[in-house]
Design a protein around this ligand. Structure first.
Ligand code: AMP
Length: 191
């Protein structure tokens, strides 16, 4: 199985690139942000709980995120592999993911990390906010908070995969297709 963690700050292009990766490698997509937005739109208890964190650009508590991913992994039958997008965002989530995959006898193959400067991220998210309807895309304070949460709480996850020799950085600035080509080169190297 090919199990990929697609990593990067908010606005790095994870959503765009994951769509292309999924269709090329036939992977099953697990985006915790998308799953929370689905719960929100359906008005579930989980969605209501997550909303106050999401609206401010803060992380939803680990046990809530891990529980949701566990359900998703367990309900998925035989697949070619998973792409995790926006997850794990803390070291505790990364440790939990290793355990969840151990129960399926299939480890993470590698983390692909999209790297983009802060100013570019802010511009991209504000631009996306014009159409996305996402409260967390529309105020510069919330965007700045998401970037600082990423630096303080999420960046250590890169170290976690570096320590396992599974960290593959990619320049996230350039055309969508050239970034995708670089991603595929990395993925093909750990298949
Ligand atoms: P995203 O679409 O990945 O930018 O996620 C949107 C929001 O959902 C984040 O700002 C968090 O509030 C929440 N969220 C998504 N994934 C996670 C995660 N793995 N851990 C904690 N919170 C998350």
């Amino acid at each position: 199985m090919l199990n990929i963690v697609l990593f990067g700050p908010p606005g790095a292009g994870k959503g765009t690139q994951s769509e292309k990766i999924i269709s090329k490698y036939s992977l099953t997509h697990i985006s915790t942000g998308d799953l929370f937005r689905k719960h929100l739109s359906e008005g579930t208890d989980l969605g209501k709980l997550a909303q106050k964190y999401m609206d401010e650009g803060n992380l939803v508590p680990d046990e809530v995120v891990i529980g949701m991913v566990e359900v998703k992994i367990k309900e998925t039958g035989d697949v070619a592999g998973f792409i995790f997008d926006g997850f794990p965002r803390t070291v505790a989530q990364a440790e939990a993911l290793d355990q969840l995959l151990e129960s399926r006898n299939t480890p993470i193959s590698g983390m692909v990390a999209l790297e983009v400067e802060d100013d570019e991220l802010r511009n991209r998210i504000l631009e996306r906010g014009k159409d996305s309807g996402r409260a967390d895309d529309q105020s510069i304070d919330k965007i700045n908070n998401r970037i600082s949460v990423y630096k303080n709480e999420t960046l250590p996850v890169a170290e976690f995969y570096k320590n396992q020799d599974k960290f593959y950085p990619i320049n996230g600035v350039g055309s969508i297709d050239s970034i995708f080509e670089n991603i595929c080169d990395k993925i093909d190297s750990f298949k």
